[in-house]
Design a protein around this ligand. Structure first.
Ligand code: IPM
Ligand code: MN
Length: 349
């Protein structure tokens, strides 16, 4: 089969890690007799510089015409004071593609236990997935700015909570029938609604799943204190943003965490890390989160063998000690060397 993939390198280390997309897909295509046609498009700061907008129409229509979209990273200090922010491009893209379900698995590589600041006995058995609502809540509510105050509205409809709850419950049934829904129902009205709707969907449609509600502050603590207790975590947009950065510390580096953002039609795949302007242009960024996002993309495209081949190749490269600086401070492995280590393992599989 032939697949069209839109690749949006974005800003900072984005273009460096995004070189993995064509490299990895060519290797997979060759090995599994598939064809991947990768096209590149501007988004974020790069698009503001070129076209004065964070999400050009050309980019959006390319994403809609593609079978899947990969996005590397967005933003940087260069645009901190610009009127249009690079991040608006990503938010608009998520909204336009209606990718309301952001799945962020925490894959732990036992061989990297020492890369995490947490003790290995705390990390043992940790394996969970964060399901973050991605197109609602405070990110997308009305905003206002006045001379002496500002507002951000947080709004959730019943339907928005129902559809993301179903995604999380489904995932829980494929794993251990254990779901933790995270909110701030002791303070926020949207969280009270969230809790009611999630409870109802659980009772009516997924009675086999054990559902626990947890307040976001205590969840933030438990993630560090006893991470192995979690299995599937369901939460709203901003809590999910914060908790997933926190969770990445467990894995040892943000450079390892992949994500998929899906809705009823489109799929957008991105590493969870940002544009890391401090190391941009040096060729030392960790490409594994991008490569693992490509694996998530292929699984979503119903190419599970191909996805698994990528995951095994990354794990093999990690086993062989091919680690960028974020995982081993004394290492001088470059982004390209790490990509080639994965490519050669795919070719040998
Ligand atoms: C993420 C990022 C984005 C977000 C930014 C770049 C808008 O932090 O994907 O987690 O807040 O969603
Ligand atoms: Mn984030």
């Amino acid at each position: 089969m032939s697949y069209k993939i839109a690749c949006l390198p974005g800003d900072g280390i984005g273009p460096e890690v995004a070189t993995s997309v064509k490299r990895i897909l060519d290797a997979i295509g060759h090995q599994f007799e598939q064809q991947f046609e990768v096209s590149h498009h501007l988004i974020g700061g790069a698009a503001i510089d070129e076209f004065g907008v964070a999400l050009p129409d050309e980019t959006l229509s390319a994403c809609k015409q593609a079978d899947a979209t990969f996005l590397a990273a967005i933003g940087g200090p260069k645009w901190d004071h610009s009127e249009i922010r690079p991040e608006q491009g990503l938010l608009k893209l998520r909204a336009e593609l209606e990718v309301y379900a952001n799945i962020r698995p925490l894959t732990m590589y036992p061989q990297l236990a020492s890369a995490s600041p947490l003790k290995s006995e705390i990390l043992e058995g940790t394996d969970f997935i964060i399901v973050r609502e991605l197109t609602g809540g405070i990110y997308f509510g009305a905003k206002s700015r006045h001379s002496d105050y500002a507002t951000d509205e947080c709004k959730y409809s019943v339907e928005e909570v129902e559809r993301i709850a179903r995604v999380a419950f489904e995932l829980a049934t494929e794993r251990n029938n254990h779901l933790t829904s995270v909110d701030k129902a002791n303070v926020l009205e949207t969280s009270k609604l969230w809790r009611e709707v999630v409870s109802r969907i659980g009772e009516q449609e997924f009675p086999q799943v054990a559902l626990h509600h947890q307040l976001v502050d205590s969840c933030a603590m438990k993630l560090i204190q006893s991470p192995s207790e979690f299995d599937v975590i369901l939460t709203e947009n901003m809590f999910g943003d914060i908790l997933s950065d926190e969770a990445s510390v467990l894995a040892g580096s943000m450079g390892l965490l992949a994500s998929s953002s899906v809705g009823s039609r489109y799929g957008l795949f991105e590493p969870i890390h940002g544009s890391a302007p401090d190391i941009a242009g040096q060729g030392i960024a960790n490409p594994y989160a991008s490569i693992l996002s490509i694996a998530m993309m292929l699984r979503w495209l119903k190419l599970p063998k191909e996805a698994e081949s990528i995951e095994l190749a990354v794990s093999g490269a990690i086993d062989s000690g091919i680690l960028t600086k974020d995982l081993n401070s004394s290492s001088d492995v470059t982004t390209q060397q790490a990509i080639e280590a994965v490519v050669s393992r795919i070719n040998a599989s």
